[in-house]
Design a protein around this ligand. Sequence first.
Ligand SMILES: [Zn+2]
Length: 253
Amino acid sequence: MNQLIRCINCDDLFLRTPFDQFPEYEACTDPSSGIFQTLDRDDFQDFLRSHHGHQLEYLKVIGDSFISEKAYFEPVKTSYFRVTNGKERFVVKRFRERIEEPLKYQLIYGDYSLKCTRIEIQAEAIARQLEAEFKTSPLTQAEISDFLDLYRHIAKTVDIDNLERIPEESPHPLEVYHKLDDVSLVFLLRNCRNIFKGQKYPAIDDFINREKEDGVLLLKATYKVQLREMAPLKKRIPAPPVRLEKKELAEKE
Ligand SMILES: [Zn+2]
């Protein structure tokens, strides 16, 4: 099990995993020998040594608070999650700058939220789908472009927070697809009457009903992580352990 440990004095973090005691293999300095030497590695012991005499505590990750700035499979990225020591809450920033670096953990006083920066329609996919489905009585380019303009107008007016999220449609955590609400759907259908005449109208009605749930009519919202940092409350760090004082006394004698 992973354990997140904080040094209260320095605010340094350490994530203790079952792997931090695994030895690391390194190529031998003499390449002709073709052997690898094993380096003993115990990162946790290093952490304990550099925070000797400091007060440490465990932090508990607050469930479901994990958010990443890039796709799940990207190795170099920044992620955030909320943690608590039972009294205070913090944000942890997890990051690395290069693929070969180990992940770093930074404690941040404050919180984060997600801000929607853009709502888009899937214009190219919609146009492709319309062309593919209206084979027998093809739509004109004007009809397709009027439909896209109408849909873009709707995308501009919706309140994204009221739309149902379809998160499984995107591998990117900050790009989330949303389903159109009923009011916007009625508006869309009603205005399609002005664009599509005759048998094209019931056909577009069918198209909209097929694509609205999980198809090309989903709206794509792009978010960004907004960090709100706060000044830390004055920390109460306990006095150094007694044995230090004893040692000092012994040195004076
Ligand atoms: Zn420390």
